[in-house]
Ligand binder design. Sequence first.
Ligand code: C2O
Ligand code: CU
Ligand code: CU
Length: 485
Amino acid sequence: MTTSRRRFLKTVGAAAPALLLARTGLARMGSAGGGGSTTVPLFELPLNIPPVAQPVGTDVAGRPIYEIRQRNASVEILPGLQTDILGYDGMTPGPTITVDSNQEVIVRQINETNVRTTTHLHGGHMPAGNDGHPVDNVDPGTSKDYYYTNKQVPATLWYHDHTMDVTGDQVYAGLAGFYLISDDYERSLGLPSGDHEVAIVIQDRTFAADGSLIYRDNIMGELGDTILVNGTPYPYFEVGTARYRFRILNGSNARRYNLRLSNGASFVQIGSDGGLLEAPVTRTSLDIAPAERLDVIIDFGQASVGDQIILENTAGSGGTAQIMRFDVVRVEDDPSVIPSFLRQIERLDPAAAVQTRRWVFSMGGGGGTPWVINGQPYDENRVDAFPRVGTTEIWELVNRTGMMHPVHIHDIMWQVLDVNGRPPAPEDAGWKDTFKVPPGGTVRVIGRFDDYVGDPNEITTAYMMHCHILEHEDHAMMTQFIVVE
Ligand code: C2O
Ligand code: CU
Ligand code: CU
């Protein structure tokens, strides 16, 4: 295999090219609830709802074309201050793309920024070469048409930057947005919809006193001290006395959350990364790792007008202990239902697996690449697996470190067979693409490579597997595979 693309090795502490992020030496802003100078207001700003992208036209085959302009922008995130970001259409999160299963679309990503980018659709199953491979660069002033077939069950996906060595930097700077797939069946279920269906992305950020973002590229995982939901610090969201569906995405670089409601009420989880569960699961707390999605219903039907219910993070402290607030402002009828059966999930049979692959996530490697898989740092000239199209495989994800790694596999959705030998919790028993592999533990997953072969001589047709703590990914805890005939 040959490729002429150069690997841009990131060394610890080096500045990312031309990124508008201050890295060191800046005063930290006291964060909300932290006991310091509280300059980020709690629950004073309304939740931002990103606009829904509209197609600009169709191609010769009649496929809708969406155009997204990646831009350097200056936006007001903290009241009265300007923050330089990288944004899809100049905003963060970017516009929400909504499609139906099997509806083919083109998303034209136009890079008007000053940095090279590549755009990955996380959770998407699309023809090889359209996955946003880390070295499939879109240089400033150029564009790429990403072709998405949406041949998959409805789910909460997100698109985000995936550029070699600087994914953490560029997602932190704002390059992330929602991509929601639905279908007639899901719409027929009677789940909360319209303005009672809200996608929220939770991210932690650190701001300097002047409002600029501080990114230190912490090799253990970048943690911010201020929470943004859909780009708004600690927002409030006004609700009626009814059920709401929240598609929750942990879009943070490294932070894991444990969400609960301040009134002790339960969530009803209806879906995870890859779509609906077979049956709803009632939970009082939600553990969510980077890149995971939780589709939950919160029922405000028992609440009274005037109630204020805080979405808390029991895994956080100070400025990260609170996320947002739901303000009950009106009495409403509630036409929605939560069916006791949601969607049939085809169970993959371990006996059908033709191959078991073992992937060990550990530290070591040296040379500025402390994070490795099977003892090796990522190298775009090396392909570590060639699964055959049409076959089922079992992948064993083994964690030989003392911290959890949220391992993400591109291309297909998987089912968890077991976690440390035990069957998955019901909320993890649906289709998933990101797995919390516990410290010292093992997660076994099963998947089938139904279609979309790549070219073993064209590296950009590879799909990635990596830790979704973005600083681990950027520091080489990543590998790749090409699906072959
Ligand atoms: Cu969400 Cu390979 O990433
Ligand atoms: Cu992905
Ligand atoms: Cu990791």
